[in-house]
Every structure is written in structure tokens, then in C-alpha cells.
Write a protein that binds this ligand. Sequence first.
Ligand code: NAD
Length: 305
Amino acid sequence: MNLNKLRSLFKRDTDPSAHSANPSAMSPELLEAAALLRDAEKIAVLTGAGVSAESGIATFRSKVNGVWTAFDPAEVATPAAFKRKPLKVLGWHQSMRDICENAAPNPGHYAIAALQKLFPEVIVLTQNIDGLHQRAGSKFVLELHGDLFRMKGFCDPELHAQERPVHCPVCKGCTRPREQWNPEFREAIVEFTAIPSDAVPCCPHCGGPLRPDVVWFDEPLDPYVLDAAWNIADGCDVLLVVGASLQVQPVAGIPWRAAYKGVKVIEINPEPAEATGFWATRVGLPGAVALPALVEQVCKMKAGG
Ligand code: NAD
């Protein structure tokens, strides 16, 4: 695998001046979005890879620099690939870690964090595994697809078909719901700051093989995390959907169901998702442009301007 090729995909213009709150971003749709937000109390923000695009982290499906146009997911992001060539899979994830670690939150991430000052409840539901929302200051972040910077036990789906997807197959420390995991075990597995390049890391508790704690292809989402996401989206007043293509279930269904239940859904994405007709409004701009302008406008409206 050519890791330089992977790195080159992420070299994008990260000039901060390109993302400052820009008056030309103030479209009628953005004003409409601000008006929808103004009187809301509970805000949920569902984000996809697009929210991190301006941080220099490529989306997976972009036709220009998407990761999957250059890499076959079957080779680097499936349980079968890990069984076949664990070091190759781990090497790819370590390169992704390097890229995410060297990236910085962009004005879109900061604007989402700033919503916390304007509304009593703001919860971020993210498909991203880069940690940039937390680094920007968002306090309540539900990671739907895991966290690239955590490891967990590898569960071979052929040997452990009946087990929960998240557990160490040897010591079974995690067959219980997340809340009941042995804290000693959890701390032990998160202490890996870098993935070793010459050997598969093992659970210090039992010696079982460890893998990145992210959701790969051919894997289900953590049912507890998914349940929480459904509840948060259904129970909010406004759901902002930023930079998510909504092509993959079950996350793709979250805004649909919320909209059906009466939640105002606002999409921010330069390219519309297929369900656009169901949304309350849609802002066709990059997140790093639209979100700071939106927050500024909501501030003005709340101040009576
Ligand atoms: P996707 O690649 O399928 O879609 C990205 C979406 O972002 C597209 O709809 C695109 O139009 C939009 N977009 C592109 N630039 C944008 C911008 N500047 N502002 C707003 N929107 C923009 O990604 P996905 O739907 O998020 O799903 C792919 C999966 O890949 C995710 O679940 C995630 O786990 C993983 N992923 C994560 C990262 C990350 O952590 N940063 C990066 C790539 C992929």
C-alpha cells in the first residue's frame, strides 16, 4: 500500500481566511435556517465527513479526492481484511490517525461548539472518527462510527457470530453493555497512543488481538449508540445535518424519521442528499462557510436584530 498516496489525498487548502464568516453566505435559505433555530431549545447536529473537509480530511466518497476512489475498503476496512492482513489494515489506520492528529478543527466545528452558548441542549451525533468536534469544544458528542484513537478487542465474525460486536473475544470483558464494562479493562485498551507497526497489539488484560474501535464495512453499529442517536434526533426541536451524504443505513434514516416526527431538519451541504424534499430548509454551502454565518445570524436574531 502506498501511504504517500493516502497522505496526498488529504492535502487540501486549509487556509483559515477561506473560512471566515462571510457576508455573501447570507442566503435566504440561511436566514430561514436561522429563524428555525432562533426559538428552539434542543438542538442535535448530525455530521458526516463533509464537516471535516475544510480541515483537510477528505470525505470517503468525494469523486475528486475521496479515500474509497483510491483504496478498496475490502482491503483496509473490513473484519475479513484484518484477519487476512492485520498489519496492512493497522498501517492504514495509523496513517489516518496521523492525518487526523495533524488536522485542526475548522470554523464549522467551532461554530457547532458555539451553539452551546446559545441553546440549553446541543448534542452532536457524528459519523466522523477524527475527534475534531471534541477538540473544537463540543461537550456532548456521540460517535456513531467509533473513534480512530481508541482500540478494542477483535471479534472474528466467523468464530463469534453470537457475540456482541464490541468485545474482546478472549477475556469477554465487553460482552456486557458498555456501561457495565470493567473500567480496568477499558482503561487498559485505550492506552495505545500509536499502533505498533511491526506486530498486532494485544489486550493487556488477556492477550487477545486489538483493532481500531471504528465501525468497518460489514459491521453493525453499536446498538446502544444507535438507540441513543435515534432518541436524541427524535426528541430535538431542530436537527442540523452537516456534510453527510446519507447514503448508508442506519444513520441515513435518522433525519428521515426525525422529520416524519415533526423535527425541523436543516441540511448544510454543497451537494444535496436524496431526501432533500423532506427537510425544512437546505443551505447549499460548505459547513465552514455556512455554520459561522448561521451562528452569527442566530445571535443577531436572539438579540432582537
Ligand atoms: P461521505 O464521504 O459519504 O459524504 C460526505 C458528504 O460531505 C457529501 O455529501 C459531500 O457533498 C459533503 N461535503 C463535502 N464537502 C463539504 C463541505 N465542505 N461542507 C459540507 N459538506 C461537504 O461521508 P459520510 O456520509 O460522512 O460517510 C462516510 C463515512 O466515512 C463516515 O461514516 C465516517 O465514519 C467515515 N469518514 C470519516 C471521516 C472523518 O472522520 N473526518 C472522513 C472520511 C470518512
